[in-house]
Design a protein around this ligand. Structure first.
Ligand SMILES: [Zn+2]
Length: 312
């Protein structure tokens, strides 16, 4: 088995598999024009200099705000719901972040089995390395494992391109190594990102995803509130986020996810909704090599025509 640390690092970046978001193009244009605009203002109209500075500050302010809004699409593509075709089939995606955790994940798997439900597990690379058998169990029981960074740093949104490539690439290598299948989706730690993330993801076939509604069960030990957050306005096509790792505990001491999941699965059943994992065909067909990891293009399943229609 080849570990993330042992994987040969590509000498140059893989080409982008898709164009950058318009807001990033606009930012590049604003910054490229700024020096010439400043020079011209100095020579001809010094009173314009504060306005140029204000424009640059406003640009940074908008990008920072977008990065702190996990469901924003300003910084690049962001899958927040399944596609209408999936919703028409009454499908809804369950996702679990921050695992695997041997104290919680096996119980989640048992609950999903009993309900005949499928889910996507956004795993942390280091946790996966610590519990590889559990990771393989997730896959062998019909679920998918996706990329949630290698160490889940709180400062993920402050990383530069090299740090982002290491976090994403090392996790991709570790998860693919253990399960034999490369993740197709990436979710940022805490959903926070910066404008440099999309250009890094554009070099891969990973697709960025957030959620439709989240339980906040990694932060608050209130199962009733978490359940209401997930089920208020619940609809086919939703992507729900819970945590099987780093879980908050309820007043009884139990992980919140284990208190709300049985109720949620029952509610889905009563509503005629089918819990599925995120369809891997939603990921782009481009290169799957990220600097900091070496994955062959065949490691990412090619999108099937039906799967392409299953995501937003
Ligand atoms: Zn997380």
């Amino acid at each position: 088995m080849t570990g993330a640390q042992d994987a040969p690092r590509p000498s140059r970046r893989a080409p982008r598999s898709r164009p950058l978001a318009p807001a990033l193009h606009a930012t590049i244009a604003v910054h490229a024009a700024a020096p010439a605009a400043c020079l011209a203002a100095c020579l001809a109209a010094p009173n314009l200099l504060p306005w140029i500075g204000a424009a640059l500050l406003a640009n940074h302010g908008v990008l920072t705000a977008a990065g702190m809004w996990p469901r924003s699409t300003l910084l690049g593509p962001n899958m927040r719901r399944l596609r209408p075709e999936a919703a028409a089939r009454a499908e809804l995606a369950l996702t679990f972040d921050d695992g695997p955790d041997p104290a919680v994940t096996p119980h989640v798997l048992d609950m999903l089995d009993r309900a005949g439900a499928r889910a996507s597990f956004f795993c942390i690379g280091t946790a996966a390395r610590a519990h590889p058998t559990l990771l393989r169990q997730i896959v062998s029981r019909g679920h998918r494992v996706e990329n949630h960074s290698f160490t889940h740093p709180n400062w993920f949104a402050c990383l530069g391109p090299a740090g982002l490539r290491r976090q994403i690439g090392d996790a991709q290598a570790a998860l693919a190594d253990i399960t034999g299948t490369a993740p197709a989706f990436f979710r940022a730690p805490m959903g926070l990102r910066n404008p440099l993330l999309d250009p890094v993801l554009a070099e891969t076939s990973l697709r960025f995803t957030s959620w439709t509604r989240r339980a906040m069960d990694g932060l608050r030990g209130d199962p009733g509130r978490a359940y209401r957050r997930l089920t208020r306005g619940l609809a086919a096509g939703d992507i729900l986020l819970m945590h099987d790792g780093r879980c908050a505990r309820s007043p009884s001491g139990a992980p919140v996810v284990l208190e709300i999941l049985p109720r949620l699965l029952l509610a889905l059943q009563h509503a005629g909704l089918k819990a599925v994992s995120l369809p891997p065909g939603c990921a782009g067909p481009g290169a799957s090599v990220v600097q900091g990891a070496a994955l062959s293009a065949d490691a990412v399943p090619a999108p099937s025509p039906s799967a392409q229609h299953a995501c937003e």
